[in-house]
Design a protein around this ligand. Structure first.
Ligand code: CP
Length: 385
């Protein structure tokens, strides 16, 4: 914490602008919180919690996390040192480009410290050590564990001994809950009305999912988190080469949510009517990867609705052609870039550091935005810091 009294008086966050030329891929974050203050009391519910699956979140927790993430995307937070004194271990027993580095970027930009295990084979697991024993050690070394593993039951194993919070960064064919938060953060910036309960004249979205929610963790977590937004959704269409891409567990959740859904095996039939298309083609099967049928491809010639957006957790192969990158359909780069800010919001909540948020947020310096002037935190946060 900065104890300089002049620092306290002038606690006012400067503005962080998106890189030039990236407007199409960066929906304006301020639209999400300008007229919709963050309720910090909702986020305090997450303090000390394990983050294991998408279904554990409430609608309010997801929307408040996204609104806080939008503020964090708009300001420079590092001068407030929110994670000062906190240590996180990123323990990755499976390959990652985005999840580990965006978590580490989030922690470092919050002035926390990271013990990075980029390759789990460098731990005692290579010598047969159990996750239970590894967890017992982590209790002594850190305040939080962020773990990815090829085994679906890896979180259960490490939680047998872990006494500090665990964030599941992907467990086999299980779940990837923070990816789902990044997905919905991108969608809420795109259509801020989604962060509110459905109003009579709000348009309802047609959601298309290319992949197998029953066995692909990112697709599964996205679909399960989407159920929180069911009042905004007209229909979910799952498009897959498999006869039963949902599986019994996901089907049960869909039925319980009373959401309209269908399963199809031909993307061409549905693309012209979909508002949101979520794609993924790489499925983990044991220790190897399977690529789904390349019939399920999109490119800039695909007959997308003019205002439709495409999401993809990435990494991509040829199912998502690079010709879409420079179109307004590309929400997948915003999805990946925004992951840093939604993970910052989650880390500050789980580690109990929301009190470090600045008291004043001055948006008057934003070049292309209306001048809002200096605004007390009370109008940005309903439950003062
Ligand atoms: N979206 C995602 O999980 O990407 P990585 O596998 O690169 O972490």
């Amino acid at each position: 914490m900065n104890t300089d009294p002049s620092f306290e008086e002038n606690r006012q966050a400067p503005i962080l602008e998106p890189p030039e030329g990236s407007e199409a891929m960066h929906p304006e974050p301020a639209d999400l919180f300008e007229s919709n203050p963050v309720d910090l009391s909702v986020l305090r519910e997450l303090e000390g919690q394990n983050i294991l699956n998408a279904g554990q979140f409430s609608f309010a927790q997801v929307t408040e996390l996204c609104k806080l993430a939008a503020i964090l995307e708009k300001i420079e937070i590092w001068p407030y040192h929110p994670l000062d004194g906190k240590i996180a271990v990123t323990a990755f027993f499976e390959a990652s480009t985005r999840t580990r580095t965006s978590f580490e970027s989030a922690i470092l930009r919050l002035d926390g410290k990271v013990i990075s295990i980029a390759d789990g084979r460098m731990t005692g697991q290579a010598k047969g050590e159990s996750l239970q024993d590894i967890g017992e050690m982590f209790n002594a070394y850190a305040d939080l564990i962020i773990m990815r593993h090829t085994e679906t039951d890896a979180p259960d194993q490490i939680l047998e001994s872990l006494r500090i919070p665990l964030i599941n960064a992907g467990n086999g064919s299980g779940e990837h809950p923070t990816q789902a938060l990044a997905d919905w953060f991108a969608l809420l910036k795109w259509k801020p009305y989604l962060a509110e309960p459905h109003q009579g004249d709000d348009p309802k979205l047609k959601l298309g999912i290319l992949g197998t929610p029953g066995s692909m963790r990112a697709v599964k977590s996205f679909l399960l988190m989407s159920l929180l937004f069911r009042d905004h959704i007209r229909k979910v269409t799952v498009i897959s080469e498999m006869a039963d891409p949902l599986g019994a567990d996901v089907t049960e959740h869909l039925e319980a949510a009373s959401i309209e859904y269908e399963v199809s095996n031909d993307v061409r039939e549905h693309v012209p009517t979909l508002d949101v298309i979520y794609m993924n083609s790489i499925a983990l099967l044991g220790d190897s990867y399977k690529t789904l049928d390349s019939r399920f491809k999109l490119n800039s010639e695909s007959p997308l609705k003019s205002d439709a957006v495409v999401l993809h957790p990435l990494a991509r192969l040829d199912e998502l052609d690079t010709s879409l990158d420079t179109t307004s359909h590309n929400l997948y780069f915003s999805q990946a870039h925004g992951a840093v800010f939604i993970r910052q919001a989650l880390l500050m909540s789980v580690l109990g550091r929301l009190k470090a948020l600045p008291n004043l947020i001055d948006l008057s310096g934003t070049n292309d935005q209306p001048t809002l002037g200096e605004t007390a935190i009370g109008s940005r946060f309903t439950d003062p810091v």
